[in-house]
Design a protein around this ligand. Structure first.
Ligand code: CP
Ligand code: NVA
Length: 306
């Protein structure tokens, strides 16, 4: 494993190994602190978009294991604008031991990884968000007694980057994945066809629906995300007219199992894709999920540099 660019690139065994390591590192951290296994290692964090969770959790993950992290803002690097991605990759590789990048075009993180001599982690692109999916899987794993196979995960909303990685982690690890999205806001077809291959091996089912009530009927997990992702701001009004039937509210949650948990990668647009009542209610796992970014990513860092 040189890079972590997509859930789809890694076997179920590697992904499960990362979850096990995340559990171990989380326990170690909570029992007094992690060992400095990445002492003298530095992570460069390249951002083309804003971030709270990704930035802070990667930075703190490095500190917990004795390493360091550098934040490089969009204004500083000008990835592909001030300088070619290939040149940035080769220069930064001489300064740090590992790179994390949040980009607009997915090809840009692939290009960075192609030219970098050090490992590259995808901290979100327009296509996927694999670190989020690992934290999500960790949250589900903890909530359902360290058992993932056969759980029903229902995503309600836009077939976006977060949906792609969630679909792939479900299909790889044997969770059933259902999505309800408005017509025209599907998960990209190539991501679905890849997922079908993973699902054939893991025994997971994939259901692509448009009716949220039907989709949540057997759900163990209901997941949602913003209707308008970063970079799509000019579509905000158009989307605001289409998505309201896909709001995760108390009524929708009441159609699922009593034990259902509700997840959201955050930032949440309360009153749009999720109501306050649900986000702050008894089914919500929004904050443990956000906190698990720290532990899931620490495992990825340790694995890539270990
Ligand atoms: N969920 C997530 O990636 O949050 P940030 O955009 O704040 O990093
Ligand atoms: N789909 C959202 C996720 C943010 C973490 C976006 O890309 O803006």
């Amino acid at each position: 494993m040189k890079d972590f660019l997509a859930v789809a690139d890694h076997s179920p065994e590697v992904l499960q190994g990362l979850l096990n390591l995340a559990v171990e590192l989380k326990q170690e951290h909570q029992a007094g602190g992690n060992k400095p296994v990445l002492k003298d290692k530095t992570l460069a964090m390249i951002f083309q978009k804003p971030s709270l969770r990704t930035r802070v959790s990667f930075d703190m993950a490095m500190r917990h294991v004795g390493g360091d992290a550098l934040y490089l803002s969009p204004a500083e690097i000008g990835l592909g604008k001030r300088e070619s991605i290939a040149d940035v990759a080769r220069v930064v590789s001489g300064y740090v031991e590992i790179i994390m990048a949040r980009v607009f075009a997915h090809e840009h993180v692939l290009e960075l990884a192609k030219w970098a001599d050090v490992p590259v982690i995808n901290g979100l692109s327009d296509y996927n968000h694999p670190c989020q999916a690992m934290a999500d899987a960790l949250t589900i794993y903890e909530n359902f007694d360290h058992q993932l196979k056969g759980l029903n995960v229902t995503y309600v909303g836009d077939g976006n980057n977060v949906a792609v990685s969630l679909l792939h982690v479900c299909a790889k690890l044997g969770m059933n994945f259902t999505i309800a999205n408005p017509l025209g806001y599907d998960i990209p077809a190539e991501a679905v066809s890849e997922a079908r291959k993973f699902a054939a091996e893991s025994g997971s089912n994939i259901n692509l629906l448009t009716d949220p009530e039907e989709a949540v009927h057997y759900a163990d997990v209901i997941y949602t995300d913003t209707w308008t992702s970063m970079g799509q701001e000019e579509e905000t009004q158009k989307r605001a007219a289409v998505f309201p039937p896909y709001q995760v509210n108390a009524e929708l949650v009441s159609k699922a199992k009593d034990t259902v948990i509700v997840m959201h990668c955050l930032p949440a647009h309360r009153g749009e894709e999720i109501t306050d009542e649900v986000a702050d209610g008894p089914h919500s796992r929004l904050f443990p999920q956000a906190h698990n970014r720290l532990h899931a990513q620490k495992a990825i860092l340790v694995e890539l540099l270990g």
